[in-house]
Design a protein around this ligand. Sequence first.
Ligand code: CMP
Length: 138
Amino acid sequence: MTQRTVVLIKPDGVEKHIVGEIISRFEKAGLRVVALKMVRLTQQILDVWYAHHKDKPFFPSLSAAMMSTPVVAFILEGDGAIQKVFDICGPTDPAEAAPGTIRKDFGVDKPHNVVHRSDSAEAAQKEIGLLFTKEELF
Ligand code: CMP
C-alpha cells in the first residue's frame, strides 16, 4: 500500500552535516521525496506534535532542543513507507538500534537520535497537516 510519512532531521542531525546522507538512505530504499523544506519549530507546533509526551519529564528539554536550530522536514512516499522508514531509522534509543540504521550510525542517546519519523499513518497525517500546506506537496 502506498503511504506517506514525515521525517524531521533534528537539530543534532543538521549540526552534524549529514542531511544529504540521511535523505540518500531513504531514496536508495526506493522512497520518493514529495515535499521538503527547512523550518524552525515553535512551542505551539511542538505542543501538538508531541501531545503524547507533554506530561513527560523530558518534554521541556525535548522542546528546547527541537527549537534550537531549524530542522529539515520532508515527506516520503512509497509502498509500505511507514515501516520502511522505521527500519531505516531504527528505534528511539540509538543504543538499541542495529548497525546500519541512521540512529545507530549517527545518534548518541534518546534526546540526540538525529531523526524523527512518523509512528503510524495517523501520526503522519497529523504531522503533514502541522507542517505542510497542500501547495508544498508534489
Ligand atoms: P522522536 O521520534 O522525535 O519522538 C519523541 C522524542 O522524545 C524521541 O524521538 C526522543 O528524542 C525523545 N525521547 C523519548 N524518550 C525519551 C527519554 N526517556 N528521555 C529523553 N528524551 C526522550
